[in-house]
Design a protein around this ligand. Structure first.
Ligand code: G6P
Length: 369
């Protein structure tokens, strides 16, 4: 097992550090930015159908559901197709409306999650075309779908999903780009720019990983916090949910993810000098709004850890701790902004002496209801 961990203390840490490679693997043979080429072999015969679809319903559980929420923003922004994201366990029990021309995208790392599989069978019986985004080739979900794209992240052993998430988001981004390009809702220049930026993501994730020691120091300070709030807006809202989930799963600290503006409708009541608030505050279209949300937290003495764009000169003076990430196109930010949150939860769990790779009560794959 020590050999399998490749020198890392835990599979989870190894998998976090594998992300530059796993993200590159999920694009391998699919993206050639210089030539302006994007190919998804498993969707070739279905790309028209996707581009012409009236609605996309995305289903998944856990971290895969969070990847679906990121994809919702990207599909709607680039391809102008309305998207709904559903927990598979809810979708399957509420007589969902599926119309002709609807596409269902099922996301699953393992390809064996019982609720997701059952939701697929239900959607299929109602006439939907189902695409899969799975990591495990030959899995039940991969076989149950009409078409799809594998994530090629390699085996994920740690129960808390890390590299599978970033691979899912990468592949879903490729699907959205392909649909938007085919549909004509995306200019050739932005299409090429995003392909080029995608190719640069592995190096940017590598850069974030170099901040591991700084993140460890912050984790040390907050090891015994009893609660955490995670805030983000836009594409960073699902990242806030994912950051909170990671912390809950492996450290057993209560954590909630919220859209930053929604904080004033409840969570703000929890904020005092004992409440750590992780805010993803990258310099994108919602930056100014997030800064004012941070001011609201600071006014109530909350302790803010902000994920900021490198070179941000304003936030370090306003918050307690900053973690810098490189600048990327707004559409691709989650691929980079989630990484420090994975590391933060990992180090806190280790410092609390938790069983990081096999947290209590959790299973890698939930094959029963
Ligand atoms: C379990 C795992 C999570 C995972 C979820 C969905 O809860 O612990 O890490 O996100 O199942 O699994 P799937 O294999 O369908 O992505």
């Amino acid at each position: 097992e020590a050999i399998e961990k490749g020198g890392f203390d835990h599979f989870m840490l190894k998998e976090i550090f594998e992300q530059p490679r796993s993200i590159a693997d999920s694009m391998r043979g699919r993206v050639q930015a210089q030539e302006g080429l994007l190919q998804l072999g498993g969707l070739r015969d279905y790309l028209d159908k996707l581009a012409k679809s009236k609605r996309i319903v995305i289903i998944g559980c856990g971290t895969s559901w969070h990847a679906g929420l990121v994809a919702e923003y990207i599909f709607e922004e680039l391809a102008r197709i309305p998207v709904e994201v559903e927990y598979a366990s809810e979708f399957r029990y509420r007589n969902p409306i599926i119309k002709e021309g609807d596409i269902v995208i099922a996301i699953s790392q393992s390809g064996e999650t019982a609720d997701t599989l059952a939701a697929i069978e239900l959607a299929k019986s109602k006439g939907a075309t189902i695409f899969g985004v799975c990591n495990v080739v030959g899995s039940s979900i991969a076989r149950a779908t009409h078409a799809g794209a594998f994530t090629h992240a390699g085996p994920e052993i740690g129960v808390a999903s890390t590299k599978a998430f970033t691979a899912q988001v990468t592949v879903l981004t490729l699907m959205a780009l392909a649909a938007a390009h085919r549909k004509g809702t995306l200019s050739e220049s932005l299409f090429r720019q995003l392909l080029t930026e995608l190719e640069s993501i592995p190096a940017k994730v590598e850069q974030v990983l170099q901040a591991a020691d700084k993140i460890k120091e912050i984790a040390y300070i907050f090891t015994y916090a009893r609660n955490f709030i995670y805030l983000g807006r836009g594409l960073n809202f699902p990242v806030a949910l994912e950051g909170a989930l990671k912390l809950k799963e492996i450290s057993y600290i209560h954590a909630e993810g919220y859209p930053a503006a929604e904080m004033k409708h409840g969570p703000i009541a929890l904020i005092d000098e004992d409440m750590p608030v992780v805010v993803i505050a990258t310099q994108d279209s919602s930056y100014e709004k997030v800064v004012s949300n941070i001011q609201e937290v600071k006014a109530r003495k909350g302790r803010v850890i902000a994920i900021v764009t490198e070179g941000d000169s304003h936030l370090p003076g306003l918050v307690d701790f900053t973690i810098e990430i490189p600048r990327v196109h707004e559409i691709l930010v989650p691929l980079v902004s989630v990484v420090p949150l994975q590391l933060l939860s990992y180090y806190i769990a280790v410092m609390r002496g938790r069983n990081v790779d096999q947290p209590r009560n959790l299973a890698k794959s939930v094959t029963v209801e």
